[in-house]
Design a binder for this molecule. Sequence first.
Ligand SMILES: [Zn+2]
Length: 488
Amino acid sequence: MSYDEVMRLALERGFYVPSCEIYADAPAGFWDYGPVGTAFKNKFVELWRREVLRRDEMVEIDGSQIMAKDVFVASGHLENFFDPIVTCTKCKTTIRADRLISEKTGKNIPERLSDHDYDSLLKENNVRCPKCGGELGQVSKFNMMFKVGVGAANLDTYLRPETCQSIFVDFPRFFKIMRGKLPFPMAQLGKSFRNEIAPRQSLMRLREFYQAEIEIFFNPDKVNDVEEFEEVRNYPLRLMRGEDTVEAVPCEKAVEQGLVPSRFVAYYLSLIQQFYEKAGIDLNRFRFRRLAEDEKAFYAKVAFDVEVQTSLGWIELVACNDRSDYDLKRHSEVSKSDMTVLDGDVKVLPNVFELSMGVDRSLYCILEHSLVKEEKRDVLKLKPQLAPVQVGVFPLVTKEGLPDKANQIYSTLKKEFQTTYDVSGSIGRRYRRLDEIGTPLGITVDFDTLKDDTVTLRERDSMQQSRIKVSEVLQKVRSYYYQEAQLV
Ligand SMILES: [Zn+2]
């Protein structure tokens, strides 16, 4: 499906809408999740917790969004977290210089060139303002962090541009409290903030967004000594080879051939790929792309991006970085606190491997991969465990006691499942509404119900209908969600 069709669905059904939309001064890059979108997001996060965190026995924290300035002195964000920008001398529009050049040349332009280099590239390629054709000014740097003045003293602090900084700062304390052993994975789901120059395409580039980050603290001398590797030895990782091909390479082979640097990394890449498969991403449009030297962050030893193909092109959903000991080293230097821990009897400063996931983009990609246009309907074929509404209950008509009967069934189901009760419009239209928000099961009470105490159970994807006894409804829905749905 196209971006426009996903947007239509999002706006009409309330997955997400622009923030502050009734006001003319609403800034771009901020979106609100509606009732259906919030439930969908929560389900996605629950799946991540179940399939990645619990599976690997990770601990989860929830850190504050405003953090001390020194955190970002240590992390390097105050010094390095800039976008190169350029302003049109005529219409005063401000645009990212690197993006302008790459759009004009069709080439990937590195993010960390000097202002002077960007200026020369703009000149060489004769780039002008995309809005009015005017001449561009000089390139300058723009720090993408939101500064916040705290308290009456207006103390300089920042909204975190990535959630992982809380994990690094808190690591020594929680390692101790949890009686941790390396490798020690810590996870966090939360908001991050980046003052993007050009937010765009709704959930794709936001200024306020959800990240689900996992930071695994490990001893770099033990990266091939991973017990859990047995589970994934033959699991095929979808690795990008060459310009445009993806090859499914079993984890063990991928390590032997040097496509993935260690068993440790292969194991975590496989966890994230399995997670997306369960979340409903089409694996034929999924790949790990190993970043070239000039693409990765300066502290990263190895970096893979999870990319998913959509109507907007390949979208980066997860950054998988070996961050070396950069983070703990810097925080221990700037804070003057000891960040080493014991691994057995040996004192080590752990290295960090991270799986940094963009939640909003992931949700978009799942919607796009799940939305299917059929002859008579649009249907959102979400995996059952991600369905915002799990079951719908309808009386065929609003008379002769049918609503009473339907209401009884609704009251029973809603105690255990996200259930909707709908009486408005024809039965066909009510099914369409359920189909568009991805509800797998619909139950209809009709005149036969009054005679033989049975209802119609309709399944979303096949549209098959079967008659079941009212007394069996709860059991049927339970077995669907607790057994069949778990197998997908
Ligand atoms: Zn202009």
